[in-house]
Design a protein around this ligand. Structure first.
Ligand code: HEM
Length: 182
């Protein structure tokens, strides 16, 4: 594993991490500043329009460098299965965020943004943060604690439970905010 090609791909992997995750943090910090009334909503929209492209570029680079890394490593342990689940979740959630972003740009200045829409946006941002931090932590553990971590016993079940929990929160939120708005 500790070969020159491995380190070259690891370097690309980490460079793309800086680009992708760095852009996620910039976007979310702008969102946080908007909630605290420090920046205008239009600023958040224009910043996230730019960072979205960097996030996708970083994600694609991480996957492109991650594949040779995993081939060189020669093993997908249980924790890696969960990491790959997080990587897939980042992409699916990224597509949802893309459409939410497109919709939010249509609201005019001062126009009331429905609570249901804000709920969808917040949930999507939460899923994004959790998945990035999850993949990051697992990558770190593999590299700096032990290379093979065959834990938990049923990674697909754990991934399914995480997905199920998100879908349940989403469903409940949809019902709650729709009933509230009637
Ligand atoms: C958003 C996606 C990803 C994040 C945030 C991420 C994060 C990380 C981090 C932080 C490291 C440790 C680097 C170090 O400390 O030197 C790492 C290593 C690694 N990553 Fe990723 N990664 C992602 C996607 C992927 C994908 C898609 C694959 C495979 C297809 C992959 C395979 C690997 C491998 C094989 C290593 C070497 C450590 C090991 O698992 O033994 N990563 N990653």
């Amino acid at each position: 594993m500790e070969t020159t090609p491995f380190f070259i791909f690891l370097f690309i992997h980490l460079s793309c991490l800086v680009l992708g995750f760095g852009s996620v943090m910039v976007t979310d910090l702008y969102g946080l500043m908007w909630i605290r009334d420090r920046v205008r909503f239009t600023q958040v929209i224009s910043v996230s329009g730019v960072t979205e492209k960097f996030i996708w570029a970083g994600w694609i680079g991480m996957v492109a460098a991650g594949i040779p890394l995993i081939i060189l490593k020669g093993e997908i342990d249980n924790l890696m299965t969960i990491k790959l689940f997080f990587v897939a979740l980042i992409a699916i959630n990224g597509i949802i965020l893309h459409f939410l972003h497109k919709k939010v740009g249509k609201y005019k200045k001062g126009e009331h943004v429905p609570n249901l829409f804000m709920f969808r946006l917040m949930l999507s941002l939460f899923v994004s943060q959790l998945s990035w931090w999850g993949a990051l932590l697992i990558g770190f553990l593999h590299r700096h604690v032990t290379t093979i971590i065959n834990w938990p016993d049923m990674p697909w079940l754990v991934s399914g439970l995480i997905l199920g929990a998100f879908l349940m929160i989403w469903g409940l939120g949809e019902i709650y905010f729709k009933v509230k708005e009637v």
